[in-house]
Design a protein around this ligand. Structure first.
Ligand SMILES: Cc1cc2nc3c(=O)[nH]c(=O)nc-3n(C[C@H](O)[C@H](O)[C@H](O)COP(=O)(O)OP(=O)(O)OC[C@H]3O[C@@H](n4cnc5c(N)ncnc54)[C@H](O)[C@@H]3O)c2cc1C
Length: 473
């Protein structure tokens, strides 16, 4: 009996993780990656004389799938966590405010701590406190994060805390972001308690650290001193013996008619083209009706936001303030081009240098494309100008790097999970050998993408193992 075979299209973390599991299980694995390097959004590139993460620089520690894969790949000893004394500042009213203690994903779990911060006005705090008494939020299938938070906590707190913590992470507009798909913790909190504040406090008591908890007793994030791309390098090493093809963009699926499984680990708009244009096993042009048409419609309905990132190395002697936090979050209402500014050399010990600091300035989110209309030089000018007005510095950068990420962040709009379930049903009907996996579907964070890739690999293993069927047998 020949080994089962899988063709994986896309060599980002999703494709390579699925490849790793199926390779370990003895499958014949082929991976096609369009680019000349592995990793997709996960990569490093130089800033001056050192490599610096160009996409993600961290992944959530609390969700175990990232940590578990690192353990399996022997990277456990290399993991590190942020060391900044202050988790982050929020920029509002032309001032920096420490992220109030006790907030979780921007939701306050302790109103006394919120009152110690000047970020939210007394009227805004009283409006947020009304959440404790308000009638339960009416049950709706999948409201937006913004709709629910505005209803429970009021506009001021939603704009100044929920938007930067949930919206900016997803490069999204919270008023168009699915509660169930993008903020499942908030949805869970509202299932346990009519009050969002009490519900999140209960979750915090049971799960501990989360994004936006400034009093975390265990790491919220992990990073890797050699860059997150260390995970990619190790996965590729483990795939020795598999057929790994770089610079191999796939344009149709018909050439894979003999594969036992085809995993599309590419952006949704690419998956849509591949499924729409595939001629299938019969060799006839694709029938654009029924499940194929519906799958293509659902895939192409997933919208994307683009971001740009500028990393600068600045001389410490030119700075007017001590960089004592992971960085600054800029709520949409601040009007800034920047959504966040990460003080990389304060956040991570491995980026520290005696005479200079390393700062990443991120711009762009759904509905705000100003960054994309600027040339690299103009973008650097704009974001450095904004940074200068907030922290003050008077010397030019030692080194600068601009990375553009067009159409990089899939947007989970309300109803996302239902559309995803329908998509998977149509694909199963079209051809059960085909699956889609990666950031557009089951969570955009690295641990969520890893978990989904392993689940997908597991489904193909299950389909083959107990009662093998198919052309090869
Ligand atoms: C700037 C930025 C910062 C981020 N920060 C964080 C963070 O701090 N923490 C975190 O957890 N997550 C973060 N994320 C999200 C996370 O990096 C991504 O969700 C994740 O890496 C996506 O992995 P993927 O494999 O699904 O997709 P991708 O990495 O997009 O991989 C898809 C691959 O498919 C390839 N491809 C496309 N078309 C074809 C084709 N026709 N044929 C063959 N190959 C093709 C692409 O070249 C690409 O390599 C960030 C993302 C970005 C962009």
């Amino acid at each position: 009996m020949s080994r089962p075979s899988v063709v994986i299209i896309g060599g980002g973390i999703a494709g390579l993780t699925a490849a790793y599991d199926l390779h370990q299980a003895g499958w014949a694995v082929t991976v096609h990656e369009a680019d000349r390097q592995w990793g997709g959004k996960i990569r490093t590139s130089p800033v001056g004389d050192r490599p610096v993460d160009a996409g993600p620089d961290a992944f959530l520690a609390r969700v175990d799938h990232g940590h578990e894969l690192c353990r399996e790949l022997g990277l456990d000893g290399e993991l590190t966590s942020p060391v900044a004394p202050v988790p982050a500042y929020v920029h509002a009213d032309d001032r920096l405010h420490e992220l109030p203690a006790g907030t979780m994903l921007g939701v306050p779990t302790d109103l006394d701590q919120l009152r110690h911060s000047a970020l939210i006005s007394p009227a805004g705090i009283e409006r947020a406190a009304a959440d404790l008494e308000l009638a339960p939020t009416p049950v709706r299938p999948d409201p937006s994060v913004g709709a629910v938070c505005r209803e429970r906590l009021g506009d001021e707190l939603t704009d100044l805390l929920i938007d930067p913590l949930i919206g900016a992470i997803n490069a999204s507009d919270i008023d168009h972001l699915s509660l169930n798909a993008a903020a499942p913790q908030l949805a869970a909190a509202l299932r346990t308690d009519s009050s969002l504040i009490r519900g999140m406090a209960a979750i915090r008591a049971s799960t501990g650290a989360a994004i936006g908890s400034r009093d975390a007793d265990k790491p919220v994030f992990y990073g890797l001193p050699g860059g997150i791309a260390r995970i990619i390098d190790r996965l590729v090493e483990e795939l020795a013996g598999a057929e790994l093809r770089l610079g191999s963009p796939v344009t149709d699926l018909d050439r894979f008619a003999d594969a036992d499984a085809i995993i599309l680990a590419v952006p949704a708009f690419v998956a849509s083209d591949l499924i729409g244009g595939g001629v299938g096993r019969t060799g006839r042009p694709a029938d654009q009706t029924g499940p194929r048409r519906r799958a293509v419609e659902l895939l192409s309905s997933i919208e994307y936001a683009g971001v740009s990132q500028v990393v600068v190395e600045l001389p410490i002697s030119g700075l007017e303030r001590v960089l004592d936090a992971s960085g600054i979050l800029f709520p949409r209402v601040s009007g800034k081009t920047m959504t966040a500014c990460t003080w990389l050399s304060t956040k991570w010990a491995h980026y520290r240098r005696p005479a200079s600091v390393l700062i990443r300035l991120s711009a762009g989110r759904f509905g705000d494309n100003r960054h994309a209309e600027l040339s690299d030089a103009e973008l650097v000018d704009v974001v450095l100008g904004e940074l200068g007005s907030v922290i003050g510095f008077d010397q030019p950068p030692i080194a600068t790097r601009v990375v553009r990420w067009p159409r990089a962040f899939p947007q989970y709009t309300p109803g996302h999970n239902d559309r995803l379930a329908a998509l998977r049903e149509h694909l199963a009907e079209l051809d059960p050998r085909i699956s889609v996996v990666g950031a557009p579907y089951d969570g955009i964070g690295i641990p969520a993408v890893i978990a989904a890739a392993r689940h997908t690999a597991g489904l193909h293993l299950d389909r083959r193992s107990p009662a093998p069927q198919g052309r090869d047998l």
